[in-house]
Design a protein around this ligand. Structure first.
Ligand SMILES: C[S@@+](CC[C@H](N)C(=O)[O-])C[C@H]1O[C@@H](n2cnc3c(N)ncnc32)[C@H](O)[C@@H]1O
Length: 515
């Protein structure tokens, strides 16, 4: 669809759009992109839209038509399943839906690994992407929550549309649209319950007195505890009963026009701000005529960019290579355990299991994240130390309710070296091979986009691992480890098992997309 139609619809629905300031154009590799038509200064408003033009389970009529109790009983209030169903239903309403033109403007195909062939997925071996795709969970939600709902209410869901608007394929399309385009839009007033349907507001345990989203300054910006402006995705939790990590699913919203902006590492020059009745896209840094207008997706590592958005950021790194400075690598705690078991083949290992259980019981992490600076995570050091201490120290420690301090010594460092080397062996190629692939072309002169993305992700992760190894080797060589202290380990109030992925996505999501 051409953007003029979308802009016309937007304005006809009380959106404002400064057509002297920006236009949309297709840029190869970026899809539709917003371009400044003239020099724009900080604070300039690009467009605004009324909150009721966002599409969420608060604004769609469907949850009310189903009935609040029924909606909850069927589990449509948790994760994205309710929003996906609402989007499918709105689409099925055709011209009776307020969002018809908007929905027609959205993509129907995606470059995300969710839609890749097994061969392409194989290229991601070793990366954190594959186990987080959540395809099985999404399909289970469709089978267990959506299909029974569809069958129970033929008055709302036309049976002849089951294979079109309400198909599993369309369920994935809507899920991917949410994954790559949704925002967190918090409620403004707690009293909105009278004008908006809000499943969470009726849940037991919610006091309904002080919605933290009201904690705003006079200029109507949402402020976080440090006094900084909040990211659109940085929701304040408004359900007192829920886990700190859980966001309110009814905050997840499709935001027409705002989702037309691309993002690139540290390039943000426009941002969506919340006001009482409106959302406002505002210029946050001066933009020259002809430049692209960038939002932020949170400067994510390439693994997350690929999984959620289907692209990677490849920008110049200090060493002259191309890559994403925000890349990270995940290291599962069970690699540390495995290595120790291998090293201690002939020893009694009963207490290792006991130590791991104790660690998890106290909320210790089961996946360690190595940041792009290559520093060994303090949680990993503490965990390694826990496994290495003597039985007598363990007997004393286990009476405590605090995780051990992340102090390093030669044993910890050398085990960490083994861990990172083992982690590197999860990939089937080396850094040099990946670089060669990226600079090569296939017979038809082009590396497939999926392969290029997969190689970029795994190369970025390997770079971080090599940096981490170099850092450890320098520490070992300088022998300064004996006094090295790293920051305190943060205790999480939640247990996870070693064999569960840290994060699950589409459908039964733990964390809606952060933007
Ligand atoms: C929120 S939408 C932005 C608008 C989108 N370009 C369109 O055509 O509708 C996010 C999608 O834009 C594309 N995109 C955003 N930033 C990009 C970037 N830096 N490089 C390549 N593609 C990007 C990806 O396809 C991503 O899934």
């Amino acid at each position: 669809m051409n953007s003029e139609r979308l802009i016309d619809w937007f304005q006809a629905n009380n959106g404002t759009f400064d057509s002297s300031a920006l236009t949309f154009t297709i840029i190869d590799g970026f899809g539709r992109s917003a371009i400044a038509l003239r020099d724009l200064s900080e604070g300039h408003t690009l467009f605004t839209l009324p909150r009721d033009l966002t599409l969420s389970t608060r604004t769609s009529k469907l949850p009310n038509l189903v009935g609040q109790m029924e909606w909850k009983k069927r589990g449509l209030h948790s994760g994205w399943v309710g929003l996906i169903l609402s989007m499918m239903w709105e689409e099925a309403q055709g011209s009776a839906s307020r969002w018809r033109t908007y929905l027609e403007s959205l993509p129907t195909s995606f470059d995300t690994p969710m839609f890749w062939s097994p061969d392409d997925l194989e290229e991601l071996k070793g990366t954190a992407v594959v186990e987080k795709l959540g395809r099985d969970q999404a399909e289970a939600d469709y089978r267990e929550k959506v299909l029974p709902m569809l069958q129970a209410r033929p008055d709302l869901f036309e049976p002849e549309e089951l294979d079109s608007h309400y198909s599993l394929k369309n369920y994935h399309v809507m899920g991917s649209r949410i994954l790559s385009r949704s925002f967190q839009v918090e409620r403004w007033h707690v009293n909105d319950v009278e004008s908006e349907f809000d499943v969470v507001s009726k849940s037991p345990g919610r006091t309904g007195s002080a919605d933290p989203a009201m904690d705003v300054d006079e200029e109507h910006d949402t402020i976080n505890s440090e006094g900084d402006l909040m990211e659109p995705g940085e929701a304040i939790q408004d359900d007192e009963d829920s886990d700190d990590d859980e966001e309110d699913p009814s905050d997840v919203a499709m935001v027409p026009m705002a989702d037309m902006l691309n993002a690139r590492y540290e390039s943000e020059n426009a941002k969506l701000f919340y006001e009482e009745d409106f959302l406002r896209m505002t210029v946050t840094k001066p933009i020259s005529a002809g430049d692209q207008i960038w939002n932020t997706y949170g400067d994510l590592p390439n693994s997350e960019l690929l999984r959620r958005y289907g692209h990677v950021d490849m920008i110049s790194l200090p060493d002259g290579d191309l890559g994403n400075p925000a890349d990270i690598v995940e290291v599962r705690a069970d690699i540390v355990v495995e290595i120790l078991r291998r090293r201690r083949e002939n020893e009694q290992l009963g207490s290792i299991t006991e130590r791991v259980d104790w660690w998890l019981e106290l909320g210790g992490e089961d996946v360690f994240v190595v940041e792009s600076n290559g520093k060994t995570p303090s949680e990993m050091i503490a965990f390694t130390r826990l496994l290495l201490i003597s039985d007598s120290d363990w007997e004393k420690l286990k009476l405590k309710t605090r995780l051990p301090k992340p102090k390093t010594d030669m044993d910890v460092l050398s085990l960490a070296v083994d861990v990172f080397q083992t982690r590197l062996s999860d990939y089937s190629t080396t850094v040099e091979e990946d670089k060669a692939i990226l600079s090569s072309t296939t017979e038809d002169g082009k590396l497939s986009i999926n392969r290029r993305h997969a190689v970029s992700v795994r190369l970025g992760e390997k770079r971080v691992l090599h940096k981490a190894l170099q850092d450890l080797r320098e520490k070992i060589a300088s022998s300064s480890f004996s006094t090295t202290k790293v920051p305190k380990v943060k205790v999480q109030n939640k247990k996870r098992k070693l064999d569960e992925p840290a994060d699950r996505k589409e459908g039964g999501v733990k964390k809606p997309v952060r933007r």
